[in-house]
Write a protein that binds this ligand. Sequence first.
Ligand SMILES: [Zn+2]
Length: 419
Amino acid sequence: MAASNLPLDGDRLWADIMDLAALTEPDRPYTRRSFTPLFLQGRDLVAKRFAEAGLTVRIDAAGNMIGRLEGANPSLGVIAVGSHSDTVPAGGRFDGIAGLATALEVVRALRDQGVRLDHTIEVVDFLAEEPSEYGLSCIGSRGMAGVLEPSMLEMTEPGGETLRTALRRVGGDPDRLAEARRSDIKAFLELHIEQGIVLESQGLDVGIVTSLVGIRRMEIVFEGAADHAGTTPMHLRQDALVAGARTAASVRAIAEQLAGEGQGYFVATVGIFNVEPGASNIVPGRCRLVIDARSTNPVLSARFVEAIEQESAAHAAAVRVRRVPIATLSDSKPVICDETVRAAMHQGARDLGLNSTDLASGAGHDAGFMSRICKSAMVFVPCKGGKSHVPEEWSDREQIAAGAAVILQAVKALDKTLS
Ligand SMILES: [Zn+2]
């Protein structure tokens, strides 16, 4: 469908995205890291646009920038729409920003149409969705969900500054974090680029997200013996790398097996693989792997862990090295998106004549934390070649406008149907 037929201004939405993109580290587009002066510059622009759209702007205790427009019946609570304005280093122009600009455009389109919602609407720029220099991601949405723990505030960036101090620097209040937790939000909607190739390869306009994967990171260490590569006979070696390499192959094979069963989304990756001492003439004495396993189905995750336990132990025994007990570095549960909000999104897409499909999200998003406190769901729009977190990241103006229109229709519908 042509963007001109959509019930919002795709050009105005696009301009916001491009204006934020211009605020980048010049030598490293597109970089606007959370907590930096550039990030605050971006937020100045966001605040200005919020105000121009008629929103009252504030920053909550968790550092989220919130634009608010009171509803006709404020006792109904809040419908929130948003995403994030921070980027990864040398990232793209659309990850997060497209969703934030969409939320803003939804408010402007409602105003243009003369529609005042019964619910209060809030547009949210969540603080630091991407992993920050303090080692934590989704800081703002954690805060809004009431799970930003005091211990997390003591995390530090390489220069030694604590998150507590940094939070104050961006307008938050670490001493009043409890006030950031919300119970008045009834629904949360987020548009995001897909960061994958399903929509593009199938020629679809939007994906309505069914669930967000749970992510488990596991560390496996093999300890053998670092011996001379020339004088140690093959049958006497304790080569830790061989056990590690075989385990990496097992990760791949088990993941392919689980993904193929049709019981839910499953992917697993060995993204870190260290060998010590790492010299060409020494048998590797130590090998360390970090596995990132993601699934929408906890049963698949549990089976993966069990299979890796067994196979890595067998690989260690086969080459007579020791496997240190497997460490779980992190483990987040999958999130199921809300049925009511998803149905409103599907209906919105149908009404607009757009093609939609159900889709699992292989990445985490602010919507994952928001789902702990309110009905939450996401709309994905296609992105070129599935590329994200790189400067080439791209979505077309019409693609984003179409996804934004789905959010707009869903907001209007939910305003009437949410009790
Ligand atoms: Zn994002």
